[in-house]
Structures are given as structure tokens and as C-alpha cells.
Design a protein around this ligand. Structure first.
Ligand code: ADE
Length: 234
């Protein structure tokens, strides 16, 4: 069972997402367990501050090292020193997250997400605790919860047994460096708009060939970068 730890100053943001839908089902199925840790629980009294002004000046506040180091100590005390922790810090200056990263994370036994909510986090956290600094795209969000949850969602759904039929992840966009193709269902004709005849032909070889061509054509037009990767592997 994958153990996932989420360190955040806003635990309710995370709880809501992790308890619903497929992620919630992953917990019920015993595939994953989520442990949400409130960073304020690891701050010092009497003020319980988790952020402070940056050394050297500048705009914005910085997440202090103590709450994060203590929370990670807490996790290590539970899992033991010999357990490898994958510690992810979502940040716009990280490496770009991709399907390959999701596949890799889905095979890990222990994931830790650290959510910052300030101008930045103390560099000592990044250099001494974090194993992966990851961005979900070239834009800036207000905190690490949403990007962390996005990465987690992408990884958890790939663990065998989480989706009802593992088949449904097999032709997702990005598998084999191709985008997903079009899908149709009943009724065959709706408001005068038909469905491709080949899909109703019963000829499996023809159907598979058609689906492949659809994925290839879409990828070629929308994502020339993926198309190059795909061509180089053929
Ligand atoms: N935190 C704020 N913006 C982010 C982004 N684009 N990716 C990951 N973490 C972030």
C-alpha cells in the first residue's frame, strides 16, 4: 500500500480532494493511505508562526525550516530510517512534471508532498529534505496543494487496481507518446450527426488501425514535440 504524506498549512484543502472520487476509492480499496499533516502543529508556541521575513530583504514571506524538518522527522519515526522517502516540493522553478514522472511515482511506496504558500521556502528544506522539485507548468499558483494533488492524482490512478479496468489507462494521452483519440457511444446518430462507420464494423483490425491513425494525426498537429519522440521510437 502506498503511504502518502501531505504537509500543508491548509489541510482542509487537501482532505476534500483526497476523500472523494477515485482517490477516495484508492483508500477504501487499501491501495493508498493519505496522511495529512498541518504544518502549524509543528510550529513553536506562543505564536505558532510558520513563515518569516527573508534574510537579505525582499518582498514576500518565507516558510521557516523548523515545522517542515519536524514534520519529516515525525514521518521518519513512523516509517523507520531505512525507508526511502520520495519528498516532492511543487514549485514553478522545478522540473516539468510529465506522464513518465506519474508512472515513476505510482511505483513508490512512500511519497511526501511539501506545500509552500509564501514567496518561497527556506533553501535548507530544499537542499536537505526534498528529493524532487517539480513544476506542473509555466504559470504561478498561490500554493503547492493544487499542484501536489494534481501530481498525486496522476500517479494514484496508474496503480493497478485503482481504476475499474486498468485497460482504461492504457490508451490515455501520453502513453506511447501519443495523445488520446476520439470516442463515441450510443446513440449511433444524434441530432443528425453520425458516428464513424468503422467503429461499428466489427472488424477489430480495422478499428485498431483507425484508432491509431486518429491518435497519430492529432499528435502530429497538436504536439509536434511528442510526435518527434514517437517517430524516434518507432
Ligand atoms: N507552485 C506554484 N506554482 C506552481 C507550479 N506551476 N507548479 C508547481 N508548483 C507550483
Amino acid at each position: 500500500m502506498m503511504q502518502v504524506y501531505f504537509l500543508t498549512p491548509f489541510p482542509e484543502m487537501v482532505t476534500a480532494v483526497l476523500s472523494e472520487s477515485i482517490l477516495g476509492r484508492a483508500v477504501k480499496k487499501g491501495v493508498a493511505a493519505f496522511h495529512i499533516k498541518n504544518l502549524f502543529d509543528y510550529a513553536d508556541p506562543p505564536h505558532y508562526r510558520i513563515d518569516d521575513y527573508p534574510f537579505g530583504g525582499g518582498a514576500g514571506m518565507i516558510l521557516k525550516p523548523e515545522p517542515v524538518f519536524r514534520a519529516v522527522d515525525d514521518i521518519k519515526n513512523v516509517v523507520g530510517d531505512n525507508t526511502k522517502l520520495r519528498v516532492l516540493f511543487p514549485t514553478p522553478d522545478g522540473e516539468l512534471f510529465s506522464h513518465e514522472n506519474a508512472v515513476e511515482l505510482s511505483k513508490e511506496s512512500h511519497l511526501v508532498f511539501i506545500s509552500g504558500h509564501y514567496k518561497g521556502i527556506d533553501q535548507r528544506i530544499r537542499e536537505n529534505l526534498v528529493t524532487d522539485e517539480v513544476s506542473i507548468g509555466d504559470f504561478v499558483l498561490t500554493g503547492g496543494e493544487l499542484p501536489g494533488l494534481i501530481m498525486l492524482d496522476a500517479a494514484i490512478r496508474l496503480i493497478p487496481g485503482v481504476l475499474n479496468s486498468y485497460e482504461s489507462a492504457e490508451t490515455d494521452s501520453f502513453t506511447e507518446h501519443l495523445l488520446d483519440g476520439p470516442h463515441y457511444t450510443r446513440p449511433e446518430k444524434y441530432r443528425g450527426i453520425g458516428s464513424p462507420k468503422v467503429l461499428l464494423s466489427g472488424n477489430h483490425k480495422k478499428i485498431e488501425d483507425w484508432k491509431k491513425i486518429q491518435r497519430e494525426e492529432k499528435t502530429k498537429i497538436r504536439r509536434p514535440d511528442l510526435w518527434e519522440k514517437y517517430k524516434s521510437l518507432e
